[in-house]
Design a binder for this molecule. Structure first.
Ligand code: ZN
Length: 92
């Protein structure tokens, strides 16, 4: 079994997915910004968790958590079939 662990380079928080983890880097850009003369260089890149990114003032929208939808039960299927049958019978 292979387990991938993502570790924040700043606080050492670990998790098994890369969700809510960001690559943070420093870029150097010459001024004034003119597209043909702009040169950006990635100097260093680290992986930070949400809390560490927030500490330096970078904010993101809160993570979207899908609502918990209950899994339909066998009884729910039977009720749905009965509702459809009653609706079809009333249309006849
Ligand atoms: Zn962190």
């Amino acid at each position: 079994m292979i387990v991938t662990t993502y570790t924040c380079d700043r606080c050492k928080h670990t998790q098994t997915t890369n969700l809510q983890m960001w690559y943070v880097s420093v870029c150097v850009t010459d001024r004034p910004l003119q597209p043909r003369y702009t040169a950006a260089t990635r100097v260093h890149e680290v992986l930070w968790c949400r809390d560490c990114v927030s500490v330096v003032g970078i904010t993101f929208p809160p993570p979207v958590v899908p609502p918990d939808t209950p899994k339909p039960t066998f009884e729910d299927f039977i009720r749905e079939i009965m509702r459809d049958e009653i609706a079809n019978a009333s249309e006849r």
